[in-house]
Each structure stands twice: as C-alpha cells, then as structure tokens.
Design a binder for this molecule. Structure first.
Ligand code: AMP
Length: 118
C-alpha cells in the first residue's frame, strides 16, 4: 500500500481540492509551482503504463474540472506524470502533477542535458 492509498482511506490527511467517487485531487506537500496539485485515481494503479483507457477517460474529465476550479484553464498549466524509475516516479500509485499559477520554465524540470541522452 502506498502513501496515496492511505490518503484515499483518510488514514493520512491531505489538503483536498476536489473529490468524486473515482478520483481525488489535493495539494502537493512539496510544491514546485505556485499551484501544484496531485490528481489520483482511487483504484490502485501503479503508473501510466498500467492504466486503462476507461480510467483515463474519467481522469481526463476530472483533471479538466480541477483546472477550471482553480482558474488554470484561462492562462494554462502543465500536466506531468512520472512513469517508473527513469521517469522519476517516487510514489507507485498513478498521479498527475497539475502545475500552474505562473509562466513555467521548461528547462528547470530537467536536470540533464537532453543532447546527452538522445
Ligand atoms: P513522483 O515523484 O511523481 O512520484 O511524485 C510524488 C509526489 O508526491 C511528490 O511531488 C511529493 O512531494 C508528493 N507527496 C508525497 N507525499 C505527499 C503527501 N503526504 N501529501 C501530498 N503530497 C505528497
């Protein structure tokens, strides 16, 4: 069981933004942008590589609702999912990072020179 399952079960508190029967959105504890939300399915899915189109269908609508609720639909936002160890995934429960509230720098997200890795 990951820490996110404990959050879903209410065993660990979170700063909730939006919830429905299938998904939960809450503030990241270590924000990397003025607004940094984590969006997760309530079912245990390890990461994007494991998720079904059916779950992603509901997830897409839910993410759009969260973005609108926070006013991020107007000026834009960044959506990231880290997949596996090379992707930098630390919590093995599928989550999307919704980042916004400022014009985001692209380069600072990568600590390696892409030219060395393609
Ligand atoms: P990732 O590296 O993509 O697996 O991201 C995991 C994210 O979960 C990180 O941005 C952490 O700051 C965040 N995180 C870990 N524990 C908590 C928590 N208890 N509440 C909110 N965010 C958390």
């Amino acid at each position: 069981m990951t820490i996110f399952t404990k959050i879903i079960n209410g065993e660990i508190p979170c700063n909730k933004v939006l919830e429905n029967d299938d998904f939960l959105a809450f503030h990241d504890i270590n924000p990397k942008a003025p607004i940094h939300i984590l969006i997760i399915p309530k079912v245990e899915v390890e990461n994007f590589q494991q998720v079904t189109p059916e779950i992603m269908s509901g997830m897409t609508t839910f993410i759009q609702e969260v973005a609108k609720l926070l006013g991020l639909d107007k000026n834009g936002y960044r959506l990231i999912t880290n997949n596996g160890s090379d992707g930098g995934q630390e919590v093995m429960h599928l989550h999307f990072h919704l980042l916004g509230g400022a014009k985001l720098n692209w380069n600072h997200l990568s600590d390696s020179d892409s030219k060395n890795y393609i």
